[in-house]
Design a protein around this ligand. Structure first.
Ligand code: ME8
Length: 513
């Protein structure tokens, strides 16, 4: 647990809002855990954080899912939305606000945004002709569909031809501005490969205006279009605005000004274009500042297939945590793959990662140290020397500098690696020191100093691990007999001069396959 903000820095962080046509899977958990780890990390630095997540509840796809479940649409979305918020609670996601696009305040914000754009002359009515994929809620050009063998380029299912009167947002008008903006701000779309992808797309395609309404007769589930009673708002236009409606845009201007622009917005690469093209243009048209960065991470796949509900290859986080625990799952997801790359999900990788890092390296270090403290010192460690052992110095200092910089850069995997490099040195220290021999020789002072160095090291790595595996960090603090409230200012050597420990069961039992 972190303390009250002290840095004077505000940090606003978002996840996508997830569709409620089905319950959450490991892919949704991944992005949300990423954002949670960043939020916790920033809080430990003393920043004031606003962490937003939520659910995307409108559109034809949702209506169809409710129908298929034999439920009233509102009841259905209430139920599925709850599956998301309950899962987040279960896996330690500490968000500040959970937005639902069926909230009245969100509806008002969306309607206000459309009125502002209409007053500016950025919205017009025209005939709309397109190829549309219902499951993906995506429109495609003739060429895109043709290139994909007359199927949806994303999910490879048949598309529908649509021709109707609709309202359009003048997206194309902002194309030169967007190109220049992306050129001037190469760190806006992260990682670099996604920046290049968006630039490539803009170089090879002319932006079309965005159709932002749907006739009520065809899609009856959405926000009323404020300019015409016969229409509702296109679900993506409605959804993207959640990032500002959640802050009070159009209602609570003070709160909105306090938090906008976002510092980082996370999503996977499937919705890169919506966030790197539509979203900045919508903000520009509304005269609002751009988010500082958007980060499109990779996909978890099984074999060559992206994990997704439409492919039917999902991994349910509730099942996974039964096998490896909440922190086992959080650790695996953030350690296994460098943020931005795709990850291959398989049971062998899960077991290896949890057993080798968490059970063997960390769990064993903590358990054997506390065991020795009980055995040799009856749990009370009062050293004569509190300095850092020479063998720790270099690796400890390198961990401290690397960890903060890597976490600030969202490189969780390398940040965790830097912690485990220190853990290995501590395990080696135990083997090299051979405390059992010291005990035989009755070198009590040496044993006390040796144990103290390990306990200090363990305490500091627990602080650094806390953004990713918070329950484990809290358990370590309890076992060290220390408060569960801390922040990064506590990660200094010899903050505590003695220990009075309370050993519990091992942190991570080995998973037997
Ligand atoms: O796209 N690997 O919602 P959605 C990694 N409602 N991340 C994955 C993943 C996978 N296999 N599968 C899903 C929507 N995700 C819209 C968003 S935002 C204004 C509207 C994660 O339920 C990842 O974050 O399809 C991806 O971008 C998101 O879930 C898509 O969730």
């Amino acid at each position: 647990m972190d303390k009250t903000p002290t840095s004077g820095i505000k940090f606003y962080i978002t996840t996508p809002i997830y569709y409620v046509n089905a319950s959450p899977h490991i892919g949704h958990a991944y992005t949300t855990i990423i954002a949670d780890a960043v939020a916790r990390f920033k809080r430990f630095k003393g920043d004031e954080v606003f962490f937003l997540t939520g659910t995307d509840e409108h559109g034809e796809k949702i209506k169809k899912a409710a129908l298929a479940a034999g439920k009233n649409t509102q009841d259905f979305v209430d139920e599925v939305s709850l599956n998301f918020s309950r899962l987040w609670e279960k896996i330690g996601v500490r968000y500040d606000y959970f937005i639902r696009t069926t909230d009245a305040s969100h509806r008002q914000a969306v309607q206000k945004a459309i009125k502002i754009l209409a007053d500016k002359g950025d919205i017009y009515k025209s005939t709309y002709h397109s190829l549309y994929c219902v499951p993906c809620e995506a429109f495609w050009t003739d060429t895109q569909v043709k290139d994909a063998g007359n199927l949806c380029p994303d999910c490879k299912r048949p598309v529908e031809t649509i021709e109707e009167e609709n309202y359009f947002f003048k997206l194309s008008q902002y194309e030169p501005w967007l190109k220049q903006y992306l050129k001037d701000n190469p760190g806006f779309v992260r990682p670099k490969i996604r920046h290049n992808e968006v630039m490539g797309f803009l170089d090879n395609n002319k932006l079309q205006d965005l159709c932002i309404s749907r006739p009520k007769t065809r899609v009856g589930w959405g926000i009323d279009f404020p300019l015409d009673n016969n229409y509702i708002v296109y679900v993506w236009f409605d959804a993207l605005l959640n990032y500002i409606s959640a802050l009070g845009f159009g209602g609570d201007e003070k709160k909105f000004k306090k938090w906008w622009p976002a510092d980082i917005q996370f999503m996977a690469k499937d919705i890169l274009r919506h966030h790197a093209i539509f979203w900045p243009i919508m903000l520009k048209a509304l005269d609002l500042p751009m988010p500082k960065a958007i980060f499109a991470h990779g996909w978890w796949k099984i074999g060559e297939e992206k994990i997704s509900k439409s492919k039917g290859n999902i991994v349910n986080p509730l099942d996974l945590i039964k096998d490896i625990g909440v922190d086992g799952m959080r650790y695996f997801l953030l350690r296994e793959v460098t943020l931005g790359l795709d990850g291959n999900y398989n049971w062998t990788a899960v077991v290896n990662r949890v057993n080798s890092d968490l059970a063997n390296d960390l769990g064993n270090l903590v358990y054997r140290t506390l065991n020795m403290a009980e055995k040799y010192e009856q749990g009370k460690v009062n050293p004569s020397h509190t300095g850092i052992p020479g063998i720790f110095k270099e690796i400890f200092e390198s961990m401290q500098t690397k960890y903060i910089a890597l976490m600030d850069d969202y490189d969780f995997s390398a940040a965790l690696e830097s912690i485990f490099a220190f853990t290995s040195v501590m395990n080696k220290y135990v083997e090299d020191t051979k405390p059992w021999n010291l005990a035989k020789e009755k070198k009590e002072e040496e044993i006390r100093n040796f144990l103290y160095a390990l306990l200090e090291g363990i305490r500091i790595i627990a602080i650094y691990l806390a953004p990713v595996i918070p329950q484990t960090a809290a358990s370590i603090m309890r076992q060290l007999g220390l408060p569960e409230t801390f922040d990064f200012r506590d990660a200094v050597w010899a903050k505590y001069k003695s220990y009075s420990i309370k050993k519990e069961a091992p942190l991570f039992p080995r998973i037997e396959t």
